[in-house]
Write a protein that binds this ligand. Structure first.
Ligand code: ARG
Length: 466
């Protein structure tokens, strides 16, 4: 006799290699709580529709409760011969309550079971991620508020471009994370349809109530097509896509942290809690956490790719290939959670060296655009001419080794005689950022407003979550 769950027509035992390649229990045991919740909802519905007798249904529910506590307590013995979480639980149920256990699988298949379990799991993960991302947004907004007027160089091509405020820079990430949360929320909305009752692929001849099971498990509705319900994994892929994009954002922030905390930049100091030392070079403070945030993004994107490739050639409906969705998804979503937590810790602890930032902000003639704008506004020059004049003045400043705001007026007038003393009112980095009051611009007043608005919104959301 082969497998006791499906071995009716088999005369030989499965090969050891088959067990090795086929068994998923080593990883899908993670889904035990979802699997038991699904079974509970299913058997309750079977009893209410009269498909299974009350007494048997009650025994099954009690047995499932026992199994839930056994697994939670680490007292459950998982067996690879029983392949997966579904059959491990069902076999134990038979040990516990006898033949009534065999009624649980009426009008159901492992195909709609796993599709249900994994949706429930991913839904929980998304809820956790949303809260974690909100926490990171809060940490960023708080630092942004503290640094609303802290001037730093803004870069394009990683070349000093125009001064910005550090608060504004941090708030850029708050916006990105806001969109990331939107992507997770979209994925959650779409995944929240219940596959249970699709059975193996075609639905069932039993008079089941799919509305009831869907509702019991917190789904918005039953999935409309049984083939689709058991054979798509787009909900995992979409979640991994959202995670990949969010991780990409956090990787950019991590890269900036790595740059900012070098001796050459010295813009920030990461706390001891998030740096490591070198065993040979005592002066070192390595930003390992930031580097690993950057690197783990690779495996998250890798998981997204892996699943797209697994799915792309599969005919409808279920194929065992789809079992390969779990390990990459677990790995990537675990990695994502740690990435968010590490980033939140680094940001919350980070110390800012406002002096170093300001010094760097003034280098590279970063207020040249302010000079050009002044020529347009005050002297009425067309911007292209103003750009040319400014270029000549910047060349002079560079020759004299002086920053723009300390170049003598006479030197500027040698290029454009109509320039007056008033030009110095725009050439300092503080004045430059203060003047950028256009909507979404870097002016400290804007940054304060944006940070406060987000903090308010985050507090409101946190209240709703609690
Ligand atoms: N362990 C399987 C998976 O994760 C469950 C479904 C198996 N169904 C089947 N007919 N073999 O996809």
């Amino acid at each position: 006799m082969g497998n006791k769950m499906w071995g009716g027509r088999f005369t030989q035992q499965p090969d050891a290699i088959l067990e090795e390649i086929n068994a998923s229990i080593d990883f899908d045991r993670r889904l035990y709580a979802q699997d038991i919740a699904g079974s509970r909802a299913h058997v309750t519905m079977l009893a209410e529709t009269g498909i299974v007798g009350r007494e048997d249904a009650e025994k099954i529910v009690q047995g499932l409760d026992t199994i839930l506590s056994e697994i939670a307590a680490g007292e459950f013995e998982f067996s690879r011969a029983l392949e997966d979480i579904h059959m491990n639980i069902e076999a134990r149920l038979a040990d516990l309550i006898g033949p009534a256990a065999g009624r649980l699988h009426t009008a159901r298949s492992r195909n709609d079971q796993i599709a249900t379990d994994f949706r429930l799991y991913i839904r929980d993960v998304i809820d956790g991620i949303d809260a974690a991302l909100a926490g990171l947004q809060g940490a960023l907004a708080e630092k942004a508020l503290e640094n609303a007027a802290t001037v730093m160089p803004g870069f394009t091509h990683l070349q000093s471009a125009q001064p910005v405020t550090f608060g504004h820079h941090l708030m850029a990430y708050v916006e990105m994370l806001g969109r990331d949360r939107g992507r997770f929320a979209d994925a959650r909305r779409r995944l929240n349809e219940c596959p249970l009752g699709a059975a193996a692929l075609a639905g069932t001849s039993f008079p089941i109530d799919r509305e009831q099971t869907a509702k019991a498990l917190g789904f918005d509705r039953p999935a409309a097509n049984s083939l689709d319900a058991v054979s798509d994994r787009d909900f995992v892929i979409e979640t991994l896509a959202a995670a990949s994009i969010a991780a990409m954002h956090l990787s950019r922030l991590a890269e900036e942290l790595v740059i900012w905390c070098t001796a050459q930049f010295g813009f920030v100091r990461l706390s001891d809690r998030f740096t490591t030392g070198s065993s040979i070079m005592p002066q070192k403070r390595n930003p390992d956490a930031a580097e690993l945030v950057r690197a783990k993004t690779g495996r998250i994107i890798g998981a997204l790719n892996a699943l797209l490739v697994v799915m792309k050639g599969l005919p409808l409906a279920y194929s065992k290939d789809m079992q390969e969705d779990k390990e990459p998804a677990f790995d990537a979503l675990d990695a994502f959670e740690i990435v968010v937590a590490a980033t939140t810790g680094m940001i919350a602890d980070m110390e800012v060296d406002a002096k170093a930032m300001k010094k760097a902000a003034g280098s590279g003639h970063s207020t040249a655009t302010d000079l050009a704008d002044w020529l347009v506004r005050v002297l009425g020059l067309p911007f292209r001419d103003a750009h040319h004049v400014t270029g000549a003045i910047v060349a002079k400043a560079a020759d004299n080794g002086k920053p723009l705001d300390r170049l003598p007026l006479a030197d500027m007038q040698a290029v454009e005689p109509r320039i007056t003393e008033d030009v110095f009112s725009v050439l300092s980095v503080e004045k430059s950022v203060k003047s950028r009051t256009s909507f979404g611009g870097t002016a400290p007043a804007n940054v304060r407003r944006a940070a406060r608005a987000w903090m308010k919104r985050l507090a409101r959301e946190a209240k709703m979550r609690a």
